[in-house]
Structure formats: C-alpha cells, structure tokens
Design a protein around this ligand. Structure first.
Ligand code: AP5
Length: 217
C-alpha cells in the first residue's frame, strides 16, 4: 500500500494541531507535530530541547538542519509505515525540499497540502485562549472548553498555557510565519497540491472540509 503523507499548512493558531489529530485518526495515520517533538525534548531536558527552547520562547524558528534531522529520525520509525499527518513541518522552502527528498527514499510523496486560512486578529484570540494538557490535548477557554475549567477531560491533570502564546510573542510568530513559511503556499500551489480551507468556521466545519479535501486528493 502506498504511504499517505498530508502536510498541514497555516499560521500559528489556525487549528493545524486540532485538525491534524482528527485527520490522523480518520485515516489511521501518525500525527507528527514538530512543535510537540521539541516540547517533548524540552520536558525530557535533552540537548535538543534546550537548543529549541531558546528559539521557541522568542517565537523564532529552530534552525533547519536540526529540525530536518529530527523529522528524518521520526519518519523512519515503524509506526509511520502507513504515512503521517505533518503538522508544523515543513516551515521553510529548505525543509520542504528536504521532505520531498526524504519521502522519495520511501517511494512516496506529499499527497495533499490543506492550507487553513484564518485572519491575523482571530489568531491572537485563539492562542491567548488556548489551554494545553501535558499529554498534548488542546482546548480553548471559549471555543473548545474542557468539562471543568483548567482540567483535562481525559486524565484530570492541570491544563497550562504555552510560554509562546503571550500576545507579543504570538504577533512575532505571525511575522515569522509570513516571512519564512508563507512562501510554501505558492510552493505547494505550483505543485498542484494545495487546497484552501476556510479556517474561520467552527472546528467541526473545518474537519468536514478537510476530510473532503483528503478524500478527493
Ligand atoms: P508549533 O507548536 O508548531 O506552533 P504553531 O505552528 O505556531 O502552531 P500552533 O500550535 O500555535 O497552532 P495550531 O495551528 O496548531 O492551532 P491549534 O490547533 O492549537 O511550533 C512552536 C514553535 O516550535 C515555533 O514557533 C518554532 O520555534 C518551533 N518549531 C516548530 N516546528 C518547527 C519547524 N518545522 N521549523 C522550525 N521551528 C519549528 O488551535 C489554536 C487554538 O484555537 C486552540 O485553543 C484550539 O482549541 C482553537 N481552535 C482551533 N480551531 C478552531 C476553530 N475552527 N474555531 C475556534 N477555535 C479553534
């Protein structure tokens, strides 16, 4: 069976993580979030985690070589045999080229690139209301609240806000996205892989459009 690789594209707070989890479940794929991988390294106090933290807290991108190497290692694990939903990677044209070369080694390629479009002012509101669980589940104080405030529905642990979700860091992350990641919109459009998704709908509406986009790809 040919492996299925989906690349989620969109600005910080567009809903990539929320939707990537749903797509991974629907198509029985692994969800790979480079942001989550860096945060996991940080929690485990690895050298990679410490390096990544210095960039993440400022809202800057972690250098390409480090990020590409981490993704290469992750994609070579057996649980990726059916493919993966990539969330937060690639984020620069150099990462996109590296991904293409890497997937070619598996005899595969990117199948579809949903681009979740959301206006800047909505992004700040979404990220300032985001509550995270240590297991990586994502809530929103207003749009996707847990049953009990600040408590994870599944394991009862305390939710927290990400360090880089402070409004001033969010604004810088949006600028970094526009300068370094937005060129990928044309990169994938030219390859005929881009599907624009209206990310301002409710979470279920976005999921419906994404499922359709992947099925029709
Ligand atoms: P990363 O963790 O990837 O952050 P990001 O791309 O900025 O994306 P976010 O996780 O902030 O947002 P999202 O689009 O996933 O939205 P979510 O679903 O959570 O990266 C963090 C940092 O790591 C980077 O700044 C960089 O330093 C480093 N890094 C990571 N990858 C890298 C790479 N490839 N190269 C270099 N550096 C890298 O939703 C947001 C909120 O909105 C949630 O509260 C959610 O509940 C809510 N929500 C979602 N959808 C909706 C909706 N439709 N309606 C209402 N609310 C919604």
């Amino acid at each position: 069976m040919k492996r299925l690789f989906i690349v989620m594209l969109g600005p910080p707070g567009a809903g990539k993580g929320t939707q990537a989890k749903k797509l991974a479940q629907a198509f029985d794929l692994v969800h790979i979030s480079t942001g989550d991988l860096f945060r996991e390294n940080l929690k485990n106090e690895t050298a990679l985690g410490q390096l990544a933290q210095s960039f993440m807290n400022k809202g800057e991108l972690v250098p390409d070589d480090v990020t590409i190497q981490m993704v290469e290692e992750r994609l070579s694990r057996p649980d990726c045999e059916k493919g993966a939903v990539l969330d937060g990677f690639p984020r620069t044209p150099a990462q996109a080229d590296a991904l293409e070369a890497l997937l070619l080694k598996f005899g595969a390629g990117v199948k579809v690139v949903p681009y979740i479009k959301v206006a800047d002012e909505v992004l700040v509101e979404r990220l300032s209301g985001r509550w995270m669980s240590t297991a990586g589940r994502v809530y929103h104080a207003q749009y996707n609240p847990p049953k009990v405030k600040w408590i994870d529905d599944l394991d009862g642990s305390q939710l927290y806000q990400r360090e880089d979700d402070k409004p001033e860091t969010v604004r810088h992350r949006i600028d970094v996205y526009k300068a370094q990641t937005a060129p990928l919109i044309d990169y994938y459009r030219q390859k005929g892989l881009l599907v624009e998704i209206d990310g301002t709908q409710g979470i279920d509406g976005v999921t419906e459009d994404l499922l359709k986009a992947v099925e029709e790809a």
